[in-house]
Design a protein around this ligand. Structure first.
Ligand SMILES: Cc1ncc(COP(=O)(O)O)c(C=O)c1O
Length: 396
């Protein structure tokens, strides 16, 4: 029998999706599941983006430029300039989601065995992208007690070796909801310059900053042009996860030329989705104002609700739409399975993402779950009620 590669065998399963078979079985039993496990917003995609695809009379659905439509890149660069990121159209490549941008980045800056330092907990698919590229993830621990603020720079420095190529951050954070301050971004800038490393900032949640807090992009730090690489996406900004459009942005010409070779090898990003994404750039500010207001209210509902459950602790998120909660259970994964297999009230249950998969240090975060507040307020309230009852009944 032909053999599967070692790399293939070591590809990690997504902790967000691995409970799906249990959820499918529960749905077959007729159960309603409140899905708090996945970052799929229920917010409507801007009508303009959908209309641009519907009202199109394309006769040949052709490839586009490997870097993406020039018209889209030009308009996107103008969008960034409005957000204090001074880039031009040739300093960004349109990708198939932020996911592909991360793959191009790892492929462009790392050789097999190279190391990337990432504050943990982190977006679990970084493990998958790293494994696919032969890269070793080196976690640096951020603390629940500090709401997952940036670990001291001395902790990063302890981990830097001749194989270290980059520090990767997610700002605001998935799964933590932490939004880095300007001081933290400046500290990171200083350390990568000192050690001649790349800093890769995954900013796909950049618009989702609450309580009047400002998002500070890695691309706005002066003097960091050769080190900074930004990952972005339309998935969350416009609730367009299925479009599969993102981008990789950098002022480093060698990096961009290399990423472009990866882009050429996969030919081009999807055409219809670029049309939708280009049109989405005309979305009025009111859309974002309403979305941020809605998420702020959901965040408040969730955090207040969770804090009232005995034994539950939450790290209060300032951005994105996730939080990490500690539960009074020894093994959150077993609890999450039990919720789907054995628990119900009026034929309803909830689905959460066990947080251990967001850590790369073994046996960490075992009593934690990631909760995405992507549901309407009334559904969130019901989900919190279900969680409270479930914890009373659970004997784990
Ligand atoms: C932190 C982070 N980065 C990247 C992605 C990838 O997004 P996409 O490929 O849909 O742009 C996600 C998706 O959830 C994410 O949460």
């Amino acid at each position: 029998m032909p053999r599967i590669s070692n790399k293939g065998q070591s590809m990690p399963e997504s902790p967000i999706r691995k409970l799906v078979p249990y959820a499918e079985a529960a749905i077959k039993k007729g159960r309603t599941i409140y899905q708090l496990n996945i970052g799929q917003p229920d917010i409507k995609t801007p009508a303009k983006a959908l209309a641009a695809v519907k009202n199109n009379d394309i006769e040949v659905l052709s490839y586009s430029h490997s870097a993406g439509f020039e018209s889209y890149r030009t308009k996107l660069a103008a969008y960034y300039r409005k957000h204090d990121i001074n880039i031009s159209a040739n300093e960004l490549i349109i990708t198939t989601g932020g996911s592909e941008a991360l793959m191009f980045t790892m492929g462009s800056i790392c050789d097999a065995g190279d190391e990337v330092i990432i504050p943990e907990p982190f977006y679990a698919n970084y493990n998958g992208f790293a494994t696919a590229s032969g890269v070793t993830v080196v976690p640096v621990k951020s603390k629940f007690e500090d709401s997952f603020a940036l670990p001291p720079i001395s902790e990063f420095e302890k981990l830097i070796t001749p194989k270290t190529k980059a520090i990767l951050i997610c700002n605001p954070g998935n799964p933590t909801g932490y939004l880095y301050t300007k001081e933290e971004i400046d500290q990171l800038a200083e350390v990568v310059k000192k050690h001649d490393l790349f800093i890769v900032a995954d900013e796909v949640y950049r618009e989702f900053a609450y309580d009047g807090a400002q998002h500070h992009s890695i691309m706005s730090v002066p003097g960091l042009e050769q080190n900074a690489i930004m990952i972005d996406s339309v998935s969350k900004r416009y609730s367009m996860c299925g479009a599969r459009i993102g981008c990789v942005v950098s002022k480093n010409e060698d990096f961009m030329a290399t990423a472009m070779k990866f882009a050429q090898a996969r030919l081009s990003p999807p055409t219809f989705a670029q049309i939708a994404s280009e049109a989405a750039l005309d979305t009025e500010q009111e859309y974002f104002d309403e979305v941020i207001e809605e998420y702020t209210s959901r965040r408040n509902t969730l955090v207040q609700g969770l804090e009232q459950i005995k034994g539950v602790r939450v790290a209060n998120p300032k951005g994105a739409f996730y939080c990490i909660a500690e539960l009074p259970v020894a093994d959150a994964e077993a609890f999450a399975k039990w919720l789907l297999e054995s628990f119900e009230i009026d034929n309803e249950t909830i689905m959460v993402a066990p947080a251990a998969g967001f850590y790369s240090t073994p046996n960490t975060g075992k009593n934690q779950v990631r909760i995405a507040y992507v549901l309407k307020k009334e559904n969130l309230l019901r989900a919190i009620e279900l969680l409270k009852e479930a914890l009373k009944q659970y004997k784990g």
